[in-house]
Design a protein around this ligand. Structure first.
Ligand SMILES: NC(=O)c1ccc[n+]([C@@H]2O[C@H](COP(=O)([O-])OP(=O)(O)OC[C@H]3O[C@@H](n4cnc5c(N)ncnc54)[C@H](OP(=O)(O)O)[C@@H]3O)[C@@H](O)[C@H]2O)c1
Length: 351
C-alpha cells in the first residue's frame, strides 16, 4: 500500500523516513525468512538423501580369514582396488597387486603392509591394454604360484572425448576393460581350477544400461570414448555370465557387481567445465572408496556366496539385470569374437 501510494504521488498523512525504513526492513525480513526456510528445507532434504544412501550402503559382514589364500587384484593403485587390497591384507591373504603403474603400486604395498602387518604382498606389472603385457604377467604367475584362490578383475579406465587405441590396434577402453581381463582369465584358468573352490570377481557397473554393446562393435575405434566405457561394462557382465556357464561344475565360481557410484579416479577424464558440477555431486553424494569396495570384498570372501555363480550383486545383495545383457546367445557370440580379438592360440588353455 505504501509503495502504491508513493507511486501515485500521494504522501500518506503519517509518512516519515523512519516509517519507510521500518516497512522496508519488515519486507526484507519476510524475504530473508522465506529464503532461509527454503535453504534449510533444501539442506535437510540433501542431508536426508545422504543419510539414506549411507544407511542403505551395503557392508560386507563376513569376518572370513583369508590366511593361506592367494588373491590377485588388478588396478590396486587407487580407489576400489586399493581398498579391496587393504581389507584382504587385514584378513591375511597373500596378495598380488597386478598394476600398470608399478611405482604407485609399490607405495600402496608399503602403506598397506605397514598398516596391516601383512608382509605377503607382491607387486607385479600388468597393463591390461596390452596383450603382450597380459601374457607376460600370466606367464610369471604360472611360474611362481602354486594356487590362485581369488581373481579380482577390478582395473578399469574411462575416457570422455580422447580417442585412444591399444598397441594391438583395439579401442583402448574396450581393450583394457574387457579384452585384457578376458585373455587373463583364459590364461590363468587352469591354476584357478587346480585351486578349487576358487572365485572370479568382475567389477562391472550398473551404467551398462546406458549403452549396450552390439556384436558389430567389437572394435569401434571411432566411437565416442565415454560410450565405450558403458559398452565395456556391458561386456564385463555378458562375459561373467558366459564364463559362469562355461565353468559350471569346475569348482570355479564367477560373479559380477556394481560397486555403487564411488569417489575415485575413474571420473578424472571428465573435462572442464563439466567436472565442476560433477565434483560437487561426487563429494556430496558418492560412496567413499572403502564403501565402494564392500561388494567386491563380499564376493571375494563371504561364505554366503560359496558355490554361487553367474550372479550380479550390488550393495552385497543379488541384483537384477536387463534381458539384453543376460542373453546367452549374445554371451556365446561375444566369447567367440573375444577369442579371435585376443588371438588365443591352440596352445593356450581352453575354458
Ligand atoms: N568409481 C565408480 O563410481 C565406479 C562405478 C562403477 C564401476 N566402477 C568400476 O570400478 C573399477 C575400479 O575403478 P575405480 O572407480 O576404483 O577407479 P580408479 O581409482 O581410477 O582405479 C582404476 C584402477 O585401474 C587401473 N588401470 C587403469 N588402466 C589400466 C591398465 N591398462 N592396466 C592395468 N591397470 C589399469 C588404474 O591404474 P593406474 O594407477 O595405472 O592408472 C587404477 O589402479 C573399474 O572397473 C570401474 O569401471 C567404478
Amino acid at each position: 500500500m505504501l509503495i502504491s501510494s508513493l507511486l501515485k504521488g500521494n504522501t500518506p498523512a503519517k509518512f516519515s523516513v523512519s516509517y519507510v525504513l521500518r516497512s522496508e526492513m519488515l519486507f526484507e525480513c519476510c524475504w530473508l525468512n522465506l529464503l532461509a526456510a527454503v535453504a534449510a528445507a533444501a539442506f535437510g532434504l540433501v542431508a536426508l538423501i545422504v543419510f539414506y544412501a549411507k544407511i542403505t550402503c551395503g557392508v560386507c559382514k563376513s569376518t572370513k580369514n583369508m590366511k593361506g589364500k592367494t588373491v590377485i587384484i588388478t588396478g590396486a593403485t587407487s580407489g576400489i582396488g586399493k581398498e579391496t587390497a587393504r581389507d584382504l591384507a587385514k584378513r591375511g591373504a597373500r596378495l598380488i597387486l597386478a598394476c600398470r603403474t608399478v611405482s604407485a603400486a609399490e607405495e600402496v604395498k608399503a602403506e598397506i603392509s605397514n598398516e596391516t602387518g601383512n608382509k605377503d604382498i607382491e607387486v607385479r606389472r600388468l597393463d591390461l591394454g596390452s596383450f603382450e603385457s597380459v601374457r607376460e604377467f600370466c606367464k610369471g604367475i604360472l611360474a611362481s604360484e602354486k594356487q590362485l584362490d581369488v581373481l579380482v578383475h577390478n582395473a578399469g579406465c574411462a575416457e570422455t572425448f580422447n580417442k585412444k587405441v591399444s598397441p594391438d590396434g583395439i579401442e583402448l577402453t574396450l581393450a583394457t576393460n574387457h579384452y585384457g581381463p578376458f585373455l587373463m582369465t583364459n590364461l590363468l584358468i587352469d591354476l584357478l581350477k587346480k585351486s578349487r573352490p576358487s572365485r572370479i570377481v568382475v567389477v562391472a557397473s550398473s551404467l551398462y544400461v546406458i549403452k549396450r554393446l552390439t556384436l558389430d562393435e567389437a572394435n569401434l575405434v571411432d566411437g565416442l570414448p565415454a560410450l565405450m566405457y558403458y559398452r565395456s561394462k556391458f561386456a564385463n557382465i555378458a562375459f561373467a555370465l558366459e564364463l559362469a556357464r562355461k565353468l559350471e561344475g569346475t569348482g570355479v565360481t564367477v560373479n559380477c557387481l556394481h560397486p555403487g557410484l564411488v569417489d575415485t579416479g575413474i571420473w578424472k577424464s571428465v573435462p572442464f567445465p563439466m567436472n565442476l558440477g560433477l565434483k560437487l555431486i561426487i563429494k556430496g553424494f558418492f560412496k567413499t572408496p572403502e564403501e565402494g569396495a564392500q561388494t567386491t570384498i563380499y564376493l571375494a570372501t563371504s561364505e554366503e556366496v560359496e558355490g554361487v555363480s553367474g550372479k550380479y550383486y550390488s550393495d552385497c545383495k543379488e541384483s537384477s539385470l536387463s534381458a539384453a545383457v543376460q542373453d546367452p546367445d549374445f554371451g556365446k557370440k561375444l566369447w567367440e569374437i573375444s577369442e579371435t580379438m585376443v588371438k588365443l592360440t591352440a596352445d593356450d588353455p581352453k575354458i
